[in-house]
Design a protein around this ligand. Structure first.
Ligand code: ADP
Length: 457
């Protein structure tokens, strides 16, 4: 179980409350018990005092000269110097012979009593007064207190722990909000900001710091995009001029070496032109400037026309192309982007294919999505290479002897994400590769990853 801050606070609070209760409850109980004992003692003392005031001494005989009104829970007995009882409450004579222990307690008829026994000098005689209160009196009060504490303590503990948990949850909620917003931000849209809480507290400080950091990040991303976009635009004209000059030169009589050099210039300027166009597609994607024009498209036909386009290139390498997309399958996509996506994937499968190999395009319908696969039995990739193929300008070592820019799969991934889909690749070195693209079949049925990079490559 994850020990969240909420749970940690609740657990610490529980521990603290248990420790406090373990200290406080015995103190409360002890204090009440001691004050009850004091109360009993003072009641016994006042009962004896009441009786002694009423003692009358006539001809060596003691009597009680007035009415003594004692509460019925007090037993009392007064004896003269010869041990004769001359006053007792009803049933109080037993106190005459009662033996008292160190705690001033005695037992009589299965009951424990607290006893106060005192000798008094009246003229030349000694009178002994004993008063007792049944321990039941104190025991009843203490047992009520015990029950009360035993019931109240767990209720108090439960309520305070629940209260602590709820308070912690409330205090943490703004942080959870920040985390949620940060998740959507890190997934792509750097223009979003965290709502700053009104309360001037640590959470507000965190939100402000986070937003400032995002401002700086967005600025540097924008600068990088601007640079890529400007550089691509700037390079366009010189590359076009080089192409045009090479074209013009091609019509002139040239030596064998000169023609070879010219062909190399033409090939490389074409490659540069392609890289520049791809960069411009990507920067347009960066800026979220691409206007998606989605429609229902028959997938088999879309694949068919791309394979038609690739036929010659594939045939030149002895590679066979197979369209195994079922009839009638439709995707919800932008036509030109879908074509671009297929060109990039099929183009790679051909480019990194082996002589006499094959490329198969299949499709299947799954819950709410259309899953397209482009498989080949070409050179394949190692797991380390596979990790990087969607990065811009990444090219595996083995691919370097074949033409390419390292941008094709970045563009493919951007197109798929723009459609709210997912693209994955599987490959085995020397055996072949398979690219899987899942696209939503309907509008409004996005993939979980659609939250990520909707409009950025
Ligand atoms: P490139 O222009 O180099 O083809 P991509 O972005 O299209 O750039 O692909 C990136 C890298 O991924 C390629 O250089 C290659 O190493 C690898 N790759 C892509 N598709 C395949 C494939 N079907 N078979 C083997 N390797 C591939």
């Amino acid at each position: 179980m994850r020990l969240t801050i909420k749970r940690r606070i609740a657990a610490l609070y529980t521990l603290l409350t248990v420790v406090l209760l373990a200290i406080l409850l015995p103190i409360v109980y002890g204090t009440v018990s001691a004050s009850l004992n004091l109360d009993i003692q003072s009641r016994l003392e006042s009962a004896i005092a009441q009786v002694l005031i009423a003692v009358d001494d006539q001809d060596e005989k003691f009597t009680i000269n007035s009415q003594v009104d004692l509460p019925d829970y007090i037993s009392l007995c007064v004896t003269d110097q010869e041990g004769r009882v001359f006053f007792s409450t009803s049933g109080g004579q037993w106190l005459k012979d009662a033996s008292v222990d160190g705690n001033k307690k005695t037992s009589y008829q299965n009951e424990t009593y607290t006893v106060l026994k005192e000798d008094f000098q009246i003229e030349e005689y000694v009178v002994t007064a004993s008063a007792a209160i049944s321990s039941d009196y104190a025991e009843q009060s203490l047992s009520t207190l015990r029950w009360l504490l035993l019931v109240l303590a767990p209720i108090y503990l439960g309520l305070s722990v629940a209260g602590a948990y709820l308070l912690a949850k409330r205090a943490i909620r703004p942080i959870a909000d920040i985390t949620r917003t940060a998740e959507t931000i890190s997934a792509g849209d750097l223009s979003k900001r965290i709502a700053e809480p009104v309360a001037r507290d640590e959470v507000q400080e965190l939100a402000i710091t986070f937003n400032t950091m995002l401002d700086r990040l967005q600025e540097s991303f924008q600068r990088e995009r601007q640079f890529t976009s400007d550089a691509s635009h700037e390079l366009r004209t010189p590359v076009a001029v080089i192409s045009a000059c090479a074209e013009e030169l091609a019509g002139e009589p040239l030596s064998e070496d000169g023609r070879e050099t010219l062909e190399a210039v033409q090939k490389e300027s074409q490659r540069m032109n392609k890289i520049i166009s791809q960069l411009l597609v990507l920067t347009r994607g960066y800026e979220g400037r691409y206007h998606l024009d989605k429609e229902r498209l028959p997938l088999r036909e879309a694949v068919g026309s791309v394979l038609e386009e690739m036929k010659e290139l594939a045939a030149a390498q002895g590679i066979s192309l197979f369209n195994q997309v079922p009839e009638g399958m439709e995707v919800w996509a932008d036509q030109s982007l879908l074509t671009q996506l297929l060109i990039n994937l099929v183009g790679n499968a051909v480019k990194y294919g082996t002589k006499g190999g094959w490329v198969i395009i299949r499709a299947a319908q799954e819950k709410g999505s259309c899953v397209l696969t482009v498989s080949d039995n070409g050179i394949g990739m190692s797991p380390e290479e596979l990790e990087h193929i969607f990065e811009r300008f990444y090219r595996a070592d083995k691919a370097r002897d074949r033409s390419g820019s390292g941008l094709g799969l970045s563009i493919a991934q951007w197109i798929v994400h723009l459609h709210g889909g997912e693209i994955t690749a599987q490959s085995q070195l020397g055996k072949g590769s398979q690219f899987t693209v899942a696209l939503p079949r309907r509008e409004g049925a996005p993939f979980p990853s659609e939250k990520k990079e909707r409009s950025r490559p």
